[in-house]
Design a protein around this ligand. Structure first.
Ligand SMILES: C=C(O[C@@H]1C=C(C(=O)O)C=C[C@H]1O)C(=O)O
Length: 107
């Protein structure tokens, strides 16, 4: 029963599940590795952006992107990862890099 003064009943705390916790520990490790890998990639692309700005090179290189996407799609298929997802993921990262390069060009 509830009335105007009573609080909603909190959801019961689930019993600790060691199996799920172990999976999640592993997921946390992978996510940490992913962040470090991405940070390293952006560190390199930042240097590329500075180089392109210095040498008046265009921020985007569609030919290079096409080759990367084809390569990544093949790697994804080999690794049994969805190639569509892999392409979207790489596209998302490359688009962000191009934005950085455009900003580097503007100074
Ligand atoms: C990093 C570059 O700049 C852009 C970003 C790319 C990337 O993030 O992989 C690839 C091609 C370019 O559109 C490059 O030209 O190599």
């Amino acid at each position: 029963m509830t009335d105007a003064t009573s609080q909603p009943t909190p959801a019961p705390t689930p019993a600790p599940d060691a199996t799920l916790a172990a999976y999640r520990k592993s997921i946390d490790n992978f996510d940490a590795a992913l962040i470090h890998i991405l940070a390293e990639r952006f560190r390199i692309t930042q240097a590329v952006g500075a180089y392109k700005a210095q040498h008046a090179l265009p921020p985007a290189d569609p030919g290079r992107e096409e080759a990367q996407i084809a390569r990544l799609r093949a790697l994804a298929e080999d690794a049994q990862l969805d190639p569509e997802f892999s392409e979207k993921f790489l596209r998302f990262i490359i688009d962000e890099v191009i934005r950085h390069h455009e900003r580097a060009r503007e100074g």
